[in-house]
Design a protein around this ligand. Structure first.
Ligand code: SF4
Length: 161
């Protein structure tokens, strides 16, 4: 136990320094978000590259939770959906149902180029379209995959912190 405590003391904080506070998203203010956001993640057909970056954004180095963002298990507990990947035919109905299950007012963050415009999967036989084709999108995060800093920046726009 003492060794563990000494190691924690020696390593100290490993989180990145907080960058400049981004300008709050007007949709978040309209939705009444003040300081925190509960997020339900939906993989609508991603290659999982975006998931790795989302996990990094919420890990100890980028630590998105220090800005008030938190993942939740149920859409009924969420303020916002974070959607990755193009919307595949198999995920179209689950995405719509998950969106409907989030209590209003609700926000949608499309993470990655596939979510924004189908990216490298555009016109693939299993792809139904981009996220905005099926649910209203409030914030987009560009990149294939997007950098964790960009994902953290997007959630900070929602929490305003
Ligand atoms: S944007 Fe890139 S990393 Fe993300 S799901 Fe599409 S192909 Fe994968």
């Amino acid at each position: 136990m003492l060794k563990l405590w000494q190691r924690i003391r020696r390593i100290g904080r490993i989180a990145e320094r907080a960058p400049e506070k981004p300008v709050a998203d007007p949709a978040a203010a309209a939705a009444g978000l003040r300081g925190s956001v509960q997020i339900r993640h939906v993989d609508a057909g991603s290659c999982n590259g975006c998931e790795i970056e989302v996990a990094a954004a919420f890990g100890p180095v980028y630590d998105a939770e220090r800005y008030g963002a938190r993942h939740v298990a149920s859409p009924r507990h969420a303020d916002a959906l974070m959607v990755t990947g193009p919307v595949t035919r198999n995920m179209l109905v689950p995405l719509r149902r998950t969106y409907e299950a989030v209590p209003a007012p609700k926000l949608v963050v499309a993470v990655g180029d596939c979510a924004r415009n189908c990216g490298v999967f555009a016109k693939a036989y299993g792809v139904a379209g981009a996220v905005a084709d099926f649910v209203p999108v409030d914030v987009e995060v560009a990149g294939c995959p997007p950098r964790p800093e960009a994902i953290v920046d997007a959630v900070r726009k929602l929490t305003g912190r």
